[in-house]
Design a protein. Structure first.
Length: 85
């Protein structure tokens, strides 16, 4: 099984989308969410999901950089979902 742990965390301009969690915890909320998901279901594949990143642009660059930072910190991100509907 898999989980979309974080969905559309990056705004179209490449900044962190303003939400309750990001406004209060910044990027750290993503780290918390992925670790909580791994603890809840250790065998599941954990995904970050977003739209507008199927081609190179400011948003796709920001998503790549975000995921790289998370992975460098040992956050258990297993894959990337790309919305294309």
């Amino acid at each position: 099984y898999d989980w979309d742990v974080a969905n559309e965390a990056v705004a179209d301009d490449g900044s962190l989308r303003s939400t309750f969690w990001s406004d209060h915890l910044g990027e750290a909320y993503l780290e918390t969410a992925f670790h909580a998901a791994r603890n809840a279901d250790p065998s599941a594949a954990l995904f970050y999901n977003d739209y507008g990143i199927a081609w190179l642009n400011q948003k796709s660059d920001s998503v790549y950089a975000l995921l790289q930072r998370l992975l460098d910190q040992g956050v258990p991100v297993d894959g990337l979902g790309i919305q294309s509907h």
